[in-house]
Design a binder for this molecule. Structure first.
Ligand code: ATP
Ligand code: ZN
Length: 226
């Protein structure tokens, strides 16, 4: 770590599915904040806890690099990032400090809804569109199936209609988006929810105590919601 910091820095999604529940959770811990003019940084007023508002994909890297101490992110993003690190010869830098019970979804394989599903071997030689290439590749190799992974950053569910892929591997909650695209889920690779992501190693410079306080309040807030 290049600099010492005595305030805790938490990365959350700037906009998207996890943005509002993440802010609500932090507010329920008694945190109040002041937004910067560019709306990327929030200065914590009631606690020494600042927020960084970013794309969810950037959250694991920000924690791994020590720019932020904790993050609120989907397990799917954390797992994908971890596998990418391992692929590059690194070790796991992050772990789940808490499971939050919302942002629940699955990473599923989905095929055309008029097709029959006989099992993973059916995917051999097929093109599979996904935003989670490492997670998909690991699952394919676990199943001993060789297929082509087509990495797309978004709009994965329309890839079959556009001729970019034969099947998809995408996040599903209700299945409505899949059904609207004439796709049906057939296999689940990962069960996901929003989590508090943090480093495997302990925090330094007194930030461990601030994190403990925040997590204790969070546990109380989560228990109240049960
Ligand atoms: P960003 O601009 O931050 O990159 P994004 O488009 O990647 O946003 P969202 O669509 O807001 O992200 O999804 C954020 C997270 O919400 C997902 O990574 C996942 O953990 C969770 N999630 C829950 N249900 C769904 C769903 N039906 N589809 C997609 N993501 C879902
Ligand atoms: Zn994203």
């Amino acid at each position: 770590p290049a600099t010492t910091r005595d305030r805790l820095r938490v990365a959350i999604q700037k906009s998207g599915r996890l943005a509002e529940p993440a802010r609500d959770l932090l507010a329920s811990c008694g945190l109040t904040w002041r937004e910067s003019r560019d709306r990327l940084f929030c200065y914590g007023e009631s606690l020494p806890v600042d927020l960084l508002l970013v794309r969810d994909d950037d959250i694991p890297g920000l924690i791994a690099d020590g720019v932020c101490d904790l993050g609120i992110v989907g397990r799917n993003v954390l797992v994908e990032n971890d596998l990418a690190r391992q692929h590059d010869g690194g070790t796991s830098a992050l772990k789940e400090w808490r499971q939050l019970g919302w942002g629940v979804c699955r990473l599923d394989i989905a095929i055309n809804d008029d097709e029959q599903w006989t099992g993973p071997e059916q995917l051999a030689g097929q093109r599979i569109a996904t935003s989670f290439p490492r997670t998909l590749s690991r699952w394919l190799s676990d199943k001993g199936v060789s297929a082509e992974v087509v990495t797309l950053s978004g709009s994965v569910e329309i890839a079959p209609r556009l001729g970019q892929a034969d099947v998809v591997c995408d996040l599903v909650s209700t299945g409505g988006t899949l059904a609207a695209n004439s796709l049906k889920p057939v296999e689940t690779l990962l069960h996901s929810e929003a989590v508090i992501a943090g480093p495997v190693a302990a925090l330094e410079d007194g930030r461990e105590e601030i994190a403990d306080l925040l997590l204790r309040r969070m546990d109380g807030a989560l228990r109240l919601k049960e």
